[in-house]
Design a protein around this ligand. Sequence first.
Ligand SMILES: Cc1cc2nc3c(=O)[nH]c(=O)nc-3n(C[C@H](O)[C@H](O)[C@H](O)COP(=O)(O)OP(=O)(O)OC[C@H]3O[C@@H](n4cnc5c(N)ncnc54)[C@H](O)[C@@H]3O)c2cc1C
Length: 304
Amino acid sequence: MTPKLKQFFSELELTPIATNKNLKRFIYKNDTIVSFPFLNKFELPGLVFKLLKKCPTNIEAMSVKDFWTPLLGEKNCSNILTPILNGIYATPCEQLKFSDVFNTDFSFKDQNYFTYLKFLKSKMNDVKSVSFEAGMEQLPIKLGSILKDHISLNNEQVSFPPNSLICIDSSNILKNGNADIYSHSIMSTSIQRLNGSYGILFSGRKNILGILCNHQIFSFNQDPSYTIMSKVLLSKPELTKILSQLFKQNISISHYQVSQWPSGLPLYNHSRQDKIRTLNLKEYAYFGNYTSGISLRSLIEQTL
Ligand SMILES: Cc1cc2nc3c(=O)[nH]c(=O)nc-3n(C[C@H](O)[C@H](O)[C@H](O)COP(=O)(O)OP(=O)(O)OC[C@H]3O[C@@H](n4cnc5c(N)ncnc54)[C@H](O)[C@@H]3O)c2cc1C
C-alpha cells in the first residue's frame, strides 16, 4: 500500500491491516534454512566491496540475472535472487526482464550499485504490505457491490464500442508465455523452524516456490495455517512428506485445500512486451497484470 492506495481504500470504506512487525525472512539455500541477509560472514565483506562497481547501462536488453551478476555472482543469483523473485513472479531471475521487474527511472550511466540500491530503497518509503479483515477478497467483493448495476455476466459481445477496455487474464493474451502456479492452504502441526517468520522462499528446484505462515503475517488468520505455493499440484500425502523432510519434524495436516492457476501468472520476459506490441491497440485498450506490474498496487495505480 502506498499513500495513493490508502486514499483509494478509504474512498471504498475499506480498512487496510498491516502485516505483523519484526518477522524473520527465510530462504532455502544449499539445502539449509538461512535468514536475511542470506549471506554468510565470508560472502558479506566481498559484497560490500563490489557495491562500488559501475552499473551496466544497456539495461533494456538485460535479464534480472545479467544485471545483478556483477554484484552478487552467478551462484547468489540462483540461490538468493531466484527464491526472492519466485515469491512474486514464480519465475527464476534469468527468465525475467530487468526493466519489467526493477524500477529503471534512474540514470545508470556512471552510477554504481550502491547508489542504485539507495534509489530502490527510497522508492519503498511509505510502502506497506496490507490485507483486510477477512482477507484480500474483501477488495473484489467491495468493488463488486459498488459496481453491481454495471456488471452483466455471460454476455456474448460481438462488437465493441470505441475506447473499450479489455480486461481478461494474461493467459488469453500471452498464450504459452505464462507461469503455472498452485496454492495449497493447509492447517497442520505447527512448523517449529518457521516460528516468528513470514515464511520461507525456495529456488523452485523441488517444485515448491514458497511457504507462507498465514497466522504470523496477519493475526486474524487461523493459527497455525500455511499457504504453500508450487509449480505443480501436490497431494496431501506428498505435502506431508515434503514438509516433514524439509523441517525434520513429523507433520500432520488436518485441513487441505488447493487452488490452481495453470498459466496463471504472466512471464515478465522479452516476449511479453513483443506480444503486447502486436495487439490491436487502435480501437481498444487492454488492461491487466500483463500491461505493467504484477501486483494489485501496480494494477490499481494504473487506473488512478
Ligand atoms: C496465488 C496468487 C497470489 C497472489 N498474491 C498477490 C499478493 O499478495 N499481492 C498482490 O499485489 N498481488 C498478488 N497476486 C497477483 C495479482 O493478484 C494478479 O496480478 C491480479 O489479480 C491480476 O489481475 P488481472 O485483472 O490482470 O487478471 P485476473 O485477476 O486474472 O482477472 C481477469 C478476469 O477476466 C476473466 N476473463 C477471462 N477471459 C474472459 C473472457 N473471454 N470473457 C470475460 N471474462 C474473462 C477472468 O475470469 C478473470 O475474472 C497474486 C496472484 C496469484 C495467482
